[in-house]
Ligand binder design. Structure first.
Ligand code: E4P
Length: 215
């Protein structure tokens, strides 16, 4: 399973990069807005830190505008993946860009039916949002399981990028479901490290070593 960081914050990306476990980055207009720098500048800086796919989302809502914006975004760096919303225009833009060999991440996917559309349009990634479904009382993880099964049935090449992951169990369950990638905020990735028995065990090892050798 690949791990992406779902952030546009450069400090978080630098810290994640130091661990050596970050395979790519997802951003969205809200995450870019939080950093206060225009998308092209911010994404260029992100590409200097993480060597892997970096999703940059269009803000146009019509297919023509999305295609034009996507073509501008890919000029920033070879690792850019154009992110479009799962709308009729987004699927049209995905089909057109994919046919030209441009990698597209279809985002805001909330149903298996929508995921089939993304695959048929040649999406490189589809981003089903787990946490936001949980937020409205649905089991978001069921969506990941359904999409993985459907894509396997038809050998679709589109990779399942489990998104809107909020904590360790979302990551573990996505992995069990067979998602190709999990994208998560820095806080969720950091939480994966934690286990009280690791802390307790390490404390004991160090104490025993000190008792025996004095350092
Ligand atoms: C995915 O690409 C999105 O940026 C993201 O995962 C949304 O997560 P949220 O629901 O926590 O905002």
């Amino acid at each position: 399973m690949k791990f992406f960081l779902d952030t546009a914050n450069l400090d978080e990306l630098r810290r994640g990069a130091e661990w050596g476990i970050v395979d790519g980055v997802t951003t969205n207009p809200s995450l870019i807005a939080k950093e206060g720098r225009p998308i092209k500048e911010q994404v260029a800086k992100i590409c200097e830190i993480i060597d892997g796919p970096v999703s940059a989302e269009v803000v146009a809502v019509d297919a023509k505008g999305m295609i034009a914006e996507g073509k501008e975004l890919i000029k920033i760096h070879e690792n850019i993946v154009v992110k479009v919303p799962l709308t009729r225009d987004g699927i049209e833009a995905c089909s057109a860009l994919s046919k030209e060999g441009i990698r597209v991440n279809v985002t805001l996917c909330f149903s298996p039916a929508q995921a089939i559309l993304a695959a048929k349009a040649g999406a490189y990634f589809v981003s089903p949002f787990v946490g936001r479904l949980d937020d409205i009382g649905q089991t978001g993880m069921d969506l990941i399981r359904q999409i993985v099964a459907i894509y396997e049935n038809y050998q679709f090449d589109t990779q399942v990028l489990a998104a809107s992951l909020r904590g360790p169990m979302h990551v573990v369950e996505s992995a069990l479901a067979g998602a190709h990638i999990g994208t998560m905020p820095y806080k969720a990735m950091d939480a994966l490290f934690n286990h009280p028995l690791t802390d307790k065990g390490l404390e004991q090892f160090l104490a025993d070593h000190k008792k025996a050798f004095g350092a």
